[in-house]
Write a protein that binds this ligand. Structure first.
Ligand code: HEM
Length: 480
């Protein structure tokens, strides 16, 4: 496929796999990080300062952020690898950074490493490329189009559940990972990917594990070291790129038009006739596979862990299955998404265990956010995990209480108080896709077979690029 001259970043990377591709020139230049010596005369918020800070941050980042919030409030500062970080946890700050002043920020620490795996896809792209692609990719994720995926989601869920026998012990995490992978791969590629499923899953697992093991700046410099840990990261990234490129090129060469998501992306064009190139589609499909399965699998796993022995909730969801997802009818997505108890369970699981638990940003100009001056170059930490535990809006913030959502809570919260899918132009493209999938899986499970965790305590979190539960969460299958 010929590359148009108006996309010089593609010409620069056409022969390079994402792992070795440079940051596209079209993006705003990456500002210089702010070191302590640059801050003379600048008023920065107070915050933790300790020689052991990096260690504490690395050991348990969510706990570090919560402690900083408890001690210094919604906005504090600290230094990692000598660079200035500022937290923005109040609803006002979150709303300004993600929506009303989003033009002053680019994606922050961790996203450069993500680009090594996903190339220039929606998740990692910056402006002006991001918005161009977002417009092209919006329609397949519109609620009206998503309804056409519901039957596939349900069929694959039924197939998956039918493999579980009563009393069997399974691990929820891997079960949900494999189900959500099958769903997104089927909807994206149809059968084109069947032969490569295992390879893609294994490489994806390694890549996700290593993309953001840490938010420490400068880690990307280590990626070229001859150390097995980093070499495996590159190998996994290259493998994913090879498979996606081959599948896209084979589809183009075959001339076959199909209405799976890849077919839609191949046909999508702007009003002036611009289309995505093969390389762009390859990067976008990898982005959709990665962002479209691990997150939903995590929220499913956490929701099932929180449900634990709440038989009352399971029974209510089973009643909702009969009412909102009748066995003998095709799924009506508005009914499925409206099932109130199921909706409240996921709203609460997404509050307590948001799969995307932190959204790092970088200020590309001096900007004032809720009265606080953020200097150009500062890292800004938005954290769903920390903000969703604000007692003002969520009393007993660490308790799993789906009932808090019953009285229309989401419509009374200020903007920026609850944002599992973020907001603004970087809002999740797949929010309705994910919620539909999660609702269908839980409703179908409540009707047929449940998974009950064996341990009585909740799993420990293992935060990576997503908020994973540690271990597989061993559970027993119980026929409903
Ligand atoms: C419960 C499941 C999910 C959660 C909690 C979630 C959350 C998020 C969040 C918070 C972001 C913004 C990240 C940032 O900018 O820092 C995001 C972006 C994105 N998500 Fe999701 N996501 C989920 C499922 C999905 C699914 C199923 C898909 C696709 C099939 C998807 C596709 C995307 C894409 C393409 C972006 C980048 C959007 C852009 O920047 O224009 N996500 N997601």
């Amino acid at each position: 496929m010929a590359f148009k001259t108006r996309k010089p970043y593609l010409e620069a990377m056409v022969d390079l796999a994402p792992f070795q591709s440079p940051r596209p020139d079209e993006y705003a230049p990456m500002p210089k990080p702010l070191k302590r010596r640059d801050l003379k005369g600048l008023n920065i918020p107070d915050g933790p300062r300790s020689p052991l800070l990096t260690l504490r941050f690395q050991k348990d980042t969510p706990a570090f952020l919560i402690n900083a919030k408890a001690e210094y409030g919604d906005c504090s500062s600290f230094f990692l690898a000598g660079q200035l970080f500022i937290t923005a946890f109040s609803p006002e700050m979150v709303n300004e950074v993600t929506v009303s002043k989003q033009g002053s920020f680019i994606k922050g620490v961790g996203f450069d490493r993500m680009r090594k795996v996903l190339g220039s896809g929606l998740l990692t792209n910056e402006e002006p490329i991001h918005l161009r692609h977002r417009r092209l990719m919006q329609s397949p994720f519109h609620i009206s189009k998503i309804s056409t995926y519901a039957q596939t989601m349900l069929n694959l869920t039924r197939k998956h559940i039918s493999n579980w026998s009563d009393g069997q012990v399974v691990a929820i995490g891997p079960e949900m990972m494999s189900l959500t992978f099958d769903i997104v791969a089927d909807i994206l590629f149809g059968t084109d990917i069947s032969a490569d499923t295992k390879r893609v899953q294994d490489s994806m697992h390694i890549a996700i594990d290593r993309i953001e093991r840490t938010m420490l700046p400068g880690l990307d410099r280590l990626d070229n070291l001859p150390i097995p840990y980093f070499r495996k990261f590159e190998k996994a990234a290259n493998e994913l790129h090879d498979v996606a490129t081959r599948i896209v090129n084979e589809r183009i060469a075959s001339g076959v038009k199909r209405d799976d998501l890849m077919g839609v992306l191949l046909e999508a064009q702007t009003v002036d006739g611009e289309k995505l190139s093969a390389r762009e589609i390859s990067d976008e499909t990898l982005t959709l596979i990665l962002s479209g399965h691990e997150t939903t699998a995590n929220v499913m796993t956490w929701a099932l862990a929180y449900l634990g022995d709440r038989d009352d909730l399971w029974q209510q969801v089973a009643l909702e299955a009969d009412q909102y997802l009748p066995m003998d009818k095709a799924p009506d997505i508005r009914a499925v998404l409206g099932a109130p108890i199921t909706k409240a369970i996921f709203a609460e699981a997404l509050r307590l265990a948001p799969p995307v638990w932190v959204s790092p940003r970088r200020a590309i100009e001096d900007v004032e956010v809720d009265g606080i001056r953020i200097p150009k170059g500062a890292h800004v930490i938005i954290s769903q995990y920390a903000s969703h535990r604000n007692e003002t809006y969520f009393p007993d913030p660490n308790e799993f209480k789906p009932e808090r959502w019953h009285n229309d809570l989401d419509n009374t919260l200020p903007r920026g108080a609850y944002f599992p899918f973020l907001a603004g132009t970087r809002k999740c493209l797949g929010d309705q896709f994910a919620l539909l999938e999660a609702h269908l899986i839980l409703l179908e499970m409540a009707r047929t077979k449940r998974l009950k965790p064996i341990a009585s305590q909740l799993p420990r979190p293992e935060p990576r690029a997503t908020f994973r539960p540690k271990g597989g969460v061993a559970s027993v299958v119980i026929a409903s």
